[in-house]
Design a protein around this ligand. Structure first.
Ligand SMILES: [Zn+2]
Length: 209
C-alpha cells in the first residue's frame, strides 16, 4: 500500500529509507564461501557464530539459477598451517570431517563446487584461485553479478569479492550471511569498507526478491 508522504517528508526521503530489492535474473550467481565444519564452532579454526551463515544462505539458494560453493581443501602439510610456518592451525584437510560442508547447509541446492588451497606451497583465500576456475565457470554461464556469503568476512569472503570485481563482475556482499575472524577487533568492519571501496554493494538476504 502506498501512502502519501507525511508533512515535512519528501518522496525522496521515503525512497532513500527503503532498502533496495534485488530482482534476480539468469545473469546472477550465488557464491557460498567455505561453509565448512572447521570454520564453524567446534571446528579447528572456528569463526564466532560461523554457523549463523547457514540459515540465510539456505533461505536464498533456491532463488538463484546458479549456486557455486567453494571449499578450502588442503593437503596435510599445507603452508598455511602453523607447523609449516603459516598463520593457522591445521584445518580443512582433504577428506576429513572438518573439510565437509556444515551439515545443515542445503547441499542439494549447490550446482557447482570449487576447491582451493590444494597446492601444498600456496595459500588460496580467494575462490578465484581454486579449481575448476571460478572465473571460467561464471563466464560460461554468462553471469554478470555475484552475491557472496560465507566464511570468513575478513579473509576468504573479502578475497573472493575483490577478485570478482577484478574479473569484471558486479558483486553484492550478503551482510547477514557472513561472519568475521576478527583476529584484530574491527577486521570484519574494515574488510566490509575495503570491499565497498572497491565497488561492492552490501545487502542482506532479505533484500533478494
Ligand atoms: Zn585454509
Amino acid at each position: 500500500m502506498i501512502s502519501l508522504p507525511a508533512d515535512g517528508e519528501s518522496w525522496g526521503d521515503r525512497v532513500m529509507s527503503e532498502p533496495i530489492k534485488y530482482t534476480l535474473t539468469e545473469r546472477d550467481a550465488l557464491i557460498i564461501v567455505d561453509v565448512q565444519n572447521d570454520f564453524c564452532p567446534g571446528g579447528a579454526l572456528p569463526v564466532a557464530e560461523g554457523d549463523a551463515v547457514v540459515a540465510p544462505l539456505n533461505g536464498v539458494m533456491d532463488k538463484f539459477s546458479l549456486v557455486v560453493a567453494t571449499r578450502d581443501w588442503h593437503p596435510p602439510h599445507h603452508c598455511s598451517f602453523r607447523g609449516e610456518g603459516g598463520l593457522w592451525p591445521p584445518h580443512c584437510v582433504q577428506g576429513t570431517r572438518g573439510a565437509e560442508f556444515h551439515p545443515e547447509l542445503k547441499v542439494a541446492g549447490i550446482h557447482l563446487e570449487v576447491r582451493k588451497g590444494m597446492d601444498e606451497g600456496q595459500e588460496a583465500y580467494s575462490g578465484f584461485e581454486g579449481e575448476p576456475s571460478l572465473a571460467d565457470l561464471l563466464q560460461s554461464h554468462e553471469v554478470e553479478r555475484v552475491f557472496v556469503g560465507g566464511l570468513a568476512t575478513d579473509y576468504c569472503v573479502k578475497a573472493t569479492v575483490l577478485d570478482a570485481l577484478r574479473h569484471g563482475f558486479q558483486a553484492v556482499v550478503l551482510t547477514d550471511a557472513i561472519r568475521a575472524v576478527d583476529a584484530n577487533p574491527g577486521d570484519g568492519e574494515k574488510a566490509l569498507a575495503e570491499m565497498q571501496e572497491a565497488g561492492a554493494a552490501l545487502a542482506t538476504t532479505e533484500q533478494i526478491a
